[in-house]
Ligand binder design. Structure first.
Ligand SMILES: Nc1ncnc2c1ncn2[C@@H]1O[C@H](COP(=O)(O)OP(=O)(O)O)[C@@H](O)[C@H]1O
Ligand SMILES: [Mg+2]
Length: 297
């Protein structure tokens, strides 16, 4: 709604994992390069952890885009099916047709044929499990069946597991040792630094403007955004989106700290959940004072 006012052709801070808006901080660039290497060279499995909104899904969407038709990719996300149904779900995601009454052995053999066929036409088969912390030990054991198949088929199946930090504890289970031993790449995505946060905001504004964005963020505004978001991209997006809205409704293209603090105060109900979830690294109180100040404006 404010896009035209700031000379933008689309919303710059949508919270969607859109590869077009992928911003390469050093750690994101490195993680992406390692992932691509792992998949293209059929090295084995990769694990990426990070707090909510740190960029895990965006990273893998960007990877998928880079791989293009060189890979056949299935992404399983927020999975809450029974272990029995998991293999079937994965097969469906790959577009393998499975008859409703096929047993597990049949599903596996169809999967094997699929992987071999893809390999024959030069494609790597990549299974991405997103929100892996939602899977149980039993679920991961089912996934392991596919990975056994992977060894039979000469590493034709690549597995990327993404999840919140607690996923590490789930994967420590002894039953999953055979799976974990095959992990060749592990990265934990940390929040962005202040400098990266600033560049991230500028990057997304430029990306969203076909031309030149007509908006400025003051240094103080960036300070408040960083202190509130702690450098978590999802939170940066939320604050910036609201700040642009407040700027627009006040007919100003200069986003200063008072605009940002007002934006934050107006989205407080929305924010409480995030604040507690990110509390482990969100403990600077001074923003609260600024929010109060924002309310008084
Ligand atoms: N490197 C990045 N470049 C651009 N946007 C990003 C980046 N990382 C995260 N984001 C933004 O933050 C939001 C949350 O990221 P997401 O990948 O969904 O996090 P996670 O999967 O770790 O919860 C995304 O919708 C995206 O807009
Ligand atoms: Mg995600």
């Amino acid at each position: 709604m404010y896009e035209k006012y700031y000379n933008l052709s689309t919303g710059p801070f949508h919270n969607t994992p859109n590869p077009r808006f992928f911003f390469e901080t050093e750690q994101h660039r490195e993680a992406l390069a390692k992932l691509e290497y792992t998949v293209r060279n059929k090295r084995g499995f990769a694990l990426i952890t990070g707090d909510i909104g740190s960029g895990k899904t965006t990273l893998t969407r960007t990877l998928a885009r880079r791989l293009g038709t060189d890979a056949k990719i299935a992404m399983i996300s927020n999975t809450r099916v029974s272990p029995d149904q998991l293999l079937r779900l994965i097969a469906e995601e790959f577009g393998i047709e499975i008859s409703p009454n096929a047993d597990k052995a049949t599903v596996l053999s169809q999967f094997r044929r699929f992987v071999q066929n893809q390999h024959a036409v030069g494609r790597t088969v990549v299974l991405i499990i997103d929100e892996g912390q939602c899977l149980s030990i039993d679920d991961f054991e089912e996934v392991r069946l596919l990975t056994n198949l992977e060894s039979e088929t000469d590493k034709m199946l690549q597995l990327l597991i993404l999840g919140q930090p607690e996923l590490r504890d789930i994967l420590k289970h002894p039953r999953l040792a055979p799976l974990i031993q095959r992990i060749v790449m592990y990265t934990h995505l940390k929040p962005m630094s202040f400098d990266d946060t600033t560049r991230y905001i500028a990057f997304r504004l430029v990306r969203a403007s076909g031309d030149r964005p007509e908006v400025d963020f003051s240094r103080e505004a960036l300070d408040v955004i960083f202190r509130y978001s702690k450098g978590v991209p999802r939170l940066i997006n939320l604050v910036c989106d609201n700040a642009l809205l407040v700027g627009y409704s006040n007919d100003t293209r200069l986003i200063d700290s008072s605009i940002v603090t007002r934006a934050i105060s107006e989205m407080m109900p929305n924010f409480d959940g995030f604040a507690t979830e990110t509390n482990s690294f969100a403990d600077e109180p001074s923003v609260e004072q600024e929010i109060d100040h924002g309310r008084r404006l």
